[in-house]
Design a protein around this ligand. Structure first.
Ligand code: SER
Length: 613
């Protein structure tokens, strides 16, 4: 089965059961300050899981490009990737466990489905967490084990002559609870989540390695078991340090990696050897003149990291030292390191092969091939220069300042740390320049540095969308008003080129060839505030794409799977194609104040504004 066939089978299965396919959301989310990348299909659906009505209904299905930077160090084994494509289905307060679980079993095992060998499937369920309680009808209930899922699975397995006591495993919140932030403990107030049930595939040809524990089990890390799907029963919102309350709806959020499902379908215990990845591995073998069997780890890193980089570059991100650009830089430099370590010279054919491998299932890459390639090759060039600069820095410091001869390549941990922080080189990269330093001292410096960054990251999550949904939504509606005001003043050639909204401020980019004068800025601000005062109602309709165009809705008309699009109107003032969510009435925004404008180059201006009283 090709990747396309797997996708079609999955989507058709759920479409037949009343689901509507929703489009793939951008890999770099526009208005979600809590995260750099879309890392699961549920992420763009958070407002709907919280209770808002989704225009396409209560049953949704899709294929979502996803990237998980946190898995970067896991890549190299038989199953981890940073970039993957997630097959997902959702019930927004419609069906629940007793439909979801049997459907999955049917899809995975039936002849018309994926036809997986039942004897190789294992199930995990949530075993409860007595540190947490659910507030229900004014009373606290303990967060108990998921007996309902267990009973549904037991019936299914028994019907199939499989022994449930040997196939259903119960785990705590670390394994069988899902939220964007992790376990109940790790979730910020306001975040949603719930218990999950996961399906594992057993590769009987992998012998359990006792270094991972005496006995093998689905969540053992030896590689014998592969998680191929996860149904999260999103029904709770964290409201206190140890408490949750019920969401308006009981939702289902299923996600499963396409690449992993393919591994199971092909009974191939190495994701990178499935028919999807094998052509990329083959070209890496050719370009390095080395054998995959002997260099699997390095080649997996090259294949995964370059693949992720291709998708991130496709989203118009450029390597840099900040946020998305930093992740891209890290991925690229790690793939270069591994490629050079295998004596590879020209990385272009690999980029080409990766783009080609997505030709059938994601053709946008092919259209942007030249741009993607340029981004990657420029970074390769930059990286080479950085390495050279790092050498010069050390050389100067040791030879000129201390009179040491650079034949001795031992450097202090402090200097190694400077190469890490200011030149952006990892310890391995520093060593590859021929330098030795005290690893332990370096690790200590690193630890205190990481504690500082982690504190920053936690703060970012806590200050993000989950906590301030309303403010972010107000900002979103304000961008529509701003967009319309700008177009009315400067003509319809002006269009939005991006936006980013946090509870603290609205950032809006648009195409325009000069700075706005203070007078113009003032007028724009006044117009937006006038529309806020008029208290215009905001509503949406689902319209055929053509109709949306006809009525003059502003919007980008690409990457839409459905023929119908959601058009948001603000009174009779603005009409824009947009996924939402928005405030119901403009008066909710209260006030709009422009803070500054910037010229960010290439004919794009940026406005920063504050909203709220
Ligand atoms: N949100 C869950 C996950 O990412 C299931 O879609 O695993």
């Amino acid at each position: 089965m090709t990747a396309q066939e797997i996708i079609d089978k999955y989507i058709n299965f759920f479409e037949k059961r009343g689901h509507k396919r929703i489009e793939n959301s951008p890999l770099v989310p526009e208005n979600d300050p809590t995260t750099l990348f879309t890392s699961s299909g549920m992420q763009p659906l958070v407002p709907y899981l919280l209770g808002e009505t989704h225009p396409m209904g209560k049953r949704l299905v899709n294929l979502q490009n996803s990237f998980r930077a946190q898995d970067i160090d896991e890549v190299g084994d038989n199953r981890h990737t940073t970039f993957f494509r997630m097959l997902g289905n959702w019930s927004l307060g419609d069906y629940f466990k007793k439909e979801e679980i049997p459907w999955l079993w049917e899809l995975l095992t039936s002849k018309t489905g994926f036809g997986l060998d039942k004897n190789k499937l294992y199930i995990t369920i949530f075993g409860g967490d007595d540190k947490f309680a659910i507030l229900e009808n004014g009373k606290y209930q303990p967060l108990t084990p998921d007996v309902e899922s267990k009973s549904i699975w037991t019936t299914i397995l028994e019907k199939n002559n499989l022994d449930p006591s040997k196939r259903i495993f119960s785990y705590g919140p670390k394994q069988n609870w899902w939220s964007r932030a992790g376990t109940p403990e790790e979730m910020p107030i306001g975040e949603i989540g719930g218990p999950d049930t996961e399906i594992f595939y057993e590769f009987t040809d992998i012998i359990h390695d006792k270094k991972y524990g005496e006995k093998c089990h689905p969540n053992c890390q030896c590689g014998r078991f592969l998680e191929i799907g996860n149904s999260v029963f999103i029904q709770y919102k964290k409201v206190g340090e140890k408490t949750f309350e019920l969401l308006p709806n009981k939702n289902v959020d299923y996600g499963g990696g396409l690449e992993r499902l393919m591994s199971a379908v092909e009974n191939q215990n190495d994701i990178f050897q499935t028919s999807f990845f094998s052509s990329t591995i083959k070209i890496i073998e050719e370009e390095t003149g080395k054998n995959y069997k002997e260099h699997a780890q390095k080649m997996r890193i090259i294949a995964d990291h370059l693949g992720g980089s291709v998708f991130i570059s496709n989203a118009n991100i450029k390597p840099s030292n900040k946020e998305h650009g930093y992740i891209l830089r890290r991925l690229l430099r790690r793939s270069f390191d591994n490629f050079y370590a295998l004596e590879g010279k020209d990385i272009s054919p690999i980029i080409h092969k990766i783009v080609e491998s997505y030709k059938e299932t994601y053709s946008y890459l092919e259209k942007n091939f030249e741009k993607i390639k340029l981004t990657i090759l420029e970074e390769e060039d930059n990286y080479k220069k950085t390495l050279q600069k790092a050498k010069t820095y050390i050389h100067k410091k040791y030879q000129e300042e201390r009179g040491e001869i650079m034949g001795v390549k031992k450097i202090s941990a402090d200097d190694a740390f400077i190469l890490y922080t200011t030149h952006g080189l990892s310890p391995t990269q520093i060593k590859s320049l021929g330098y030795i330093f005290n690893d332990q001292q370096f690790a200590e410096r690193m630890k205190s540095h990481q504690n500082i960054s982690r504190a920053g990251a936690t703060k970012k999550f806590a200050g993000g969308l989950a906590d301030h949904t309303e403010k972010t939504i107000m900002g979103h509606t304000a961008t529509h008003l701003l967009h319309k005001a700008l177009r009315d003043m400067f003509g319809e050639k002006l269009h939005q080129a991006g936006s980013n909204i946090t509870p603290e401020r609205v950032r809006f980019d648009f195409s325009f060839d000069r700075n706005l004068t203070p007078d113009e800025l003032k007028k724009i601000e006044e117009t937006v505030n006038q529309k806020i005062k008029e208290n215009l109602p905001v509503h949406f309709e689902m319209l055929p794409l053509e109709k949306a165009r006809e009525i003059g809705a502003i919007g980008l008309f690409n990457e839409k799977y459905s023929d119908k699009v959601k058009v948001y109107s603000i009174g009779n003032y603005s009409k824009e194609i947009c996924g939402g969510p928005h405030v119901e009435k403009t008066s909710k925004i209260q006030k709009f104040s422009i803070m500054k404008q910037e010229n960010i180059g290439k004919g794009i201006r940026r406005i920063y504004a504050k909203i709220g009283a």
